[in-house]
Structures are given as C-alpha cells and as structure tokens.
Design a protein around this ligand. Sequence first.
Ligand SMILES: C[S@@+](CC[C@H](N)C(=O)[O-])C[C@H]1O[C@@H](n2cnc3c(N)ncnc32)[C@H](O)[C@@H]1O
Length: 257
Amino acid sequence: MTVSMFDVIPDNLAEIVTKVRRHDQAYWQRIGGMPDFTGKRVLDFGCGIGTLMLDMLEAGAAEVFGLDIAQNRLDEARMRLGSHVQAGKVTLLCGELAKFARTLPKFDVIVTKDTIEHVAGLDQVLPMLARLLKPGGLFLIGTSPLYYSPFGDHGFVTGYRWPWLHVLKGKPAVLAAINRLNGTEFQTLEAAGLNGLAPRDYLRAIDFCYCDIMLLEINPGTGLKGLACQALGWCAALPGLGRYAVVSLYAVLRHRD
Ligand SMILES: C[S@@+](CC[C@H](N)C(=O)[O-])C[C@H]1O[C@@H](n2cnc3c(N)ncnc32)[C@H](O)[C@@H]1O
C-alpha cells in the first residue's frame, strides 16, 4: 500500500519535538508575535502532533481545532493535549479540508505552519480556509521550504543532499527518487506530498483569499542560516531567479469585514 510521507512517526520523536518547538517559536516571531488568543476559536491547518495547538491553548484559546491528513500524528496530538482534550477544548479532524469545510464553524484565527508546501490546489485550499474566518479574523501562514528553493525537495524523502539538485534533475526524476527511496508508487509529485509550486503561485492563492495582507515576509531568519536565507532573498528580486531564491514565506492576512 502506498502511504504518505507523513504516515510514519519516526523513532527519534523526542529529538524531532525539540526541533519542532524551536521552529514553533520562530514561527510566532516571524508572523510578528502571537496574537491575543484569549477566548478565541482557532484552527491549525496541518496541525501534525499538535505543538502549536498547545501554545494557543496555553495562551488562553477557548477552542482549538486541528486538521491533518495523518491519523497517527493526530493520535500523538491527542496524547500531548491530554488535559485540554478532557476539558473539551480540542477537536481533531483527519482528512482533506474539503471534507470538513461545510460543517466547520467560523474561526477567529487560522494558523498553518510548514504544511502548505505539501498541499496541491492552493488556489482552492487557501480561499477555502479564508472563508472559514469570521469578519476581521486572522490567517497566519508560514511555509518552508518552497519547492524551487535549495532544499525544496525535503531531501529526506528523495535522498538528495545537494542544493537545487532536484531542480536540475526535474520533477519526473524527483518522483522516481521518492518512490525508490520509500518503496512507494506515487503517480504524481503532488500525491507524494510536494506541491511543486513557485512563490508566485502562493502569492496568487493569497490574493484569492478576500483578505488584507498585514504582513508578508520572504526568507526571514536569524543566525548564520538566517543570513544565508536573507542573502538568497535579495536574489529573489533578480529577473528569472525569484523562484530559486524564495525559501520561506510568512504572511498575516486579515479577513475583510
Ligand atoms: C512538516 S509537517 C508540519 C506539522 C506542524 N504544522 C508543525 O509545524 O509541526 C506537515 C503536516 O502537514 C500535514 N499535511 C500534509 N498535507 C496535508 C493536507 N492536504 N491537509 C492537511 N494536512 C496536510 C502532514 O500530515 C503533516 O502533519
């Protein structure tokens, strides 16, 4: 059976959680700091093991929904959020957004971190999420690494170790590498979990969201890695190079009243 790259919970989970928690803090910083979650109903799209959900609950959110396509990650989230689950503040949903969009309530805040680079059909999915916002609600987006950036193939699924090697090889070769390394039989790159989109595709999908853009950051970061990302970000303005230089994109959208 072909499984998604997200179905496997790695053995070194504790190590990964430490890394994810660091990224979570960077996410809140990069979107301009945590908004006020007190009493809010929020949705985490691609919630994974629920670490951002925990942050939002600890910051006073009244109700937190997490949606993900990987049941085992949701099971892990349920364990992690134990007392909040028992208090009836948590709803975990497994499947594609379209399955739930009609029945979900409206949200004060929707967050998504390191997920939409895996999601095909962003022109539909981002507006579908934005339609779930209350008027004036916030949509906080963080995504990395974008497909055409140096390690946009998520090397652990292809086995490639060199920057931009996946771009040089081309999408059919990347798909074949994923199937070879993981023993899978995906027919398309999207099905394998990489949307293969360029930065302008993300910006177009954001434009379809009926939201005002309050913040848009390309390649923010700190430390040496951050400096390298920023330097790449400057190249993004050069004609023809943009897609290869945009590693990450952070945005805060506000639903128009
Ligand atoms: C890199 S993980 C990030 C998880 C979490 N947001 C975090 O930052 O730790 C990407 C997550 O997106 C989920 N995902 C991938 N495609 C999805 C889709 N179409 N709809 C919902 N979740 C999806 C995966 O199952 C996985 O949990």
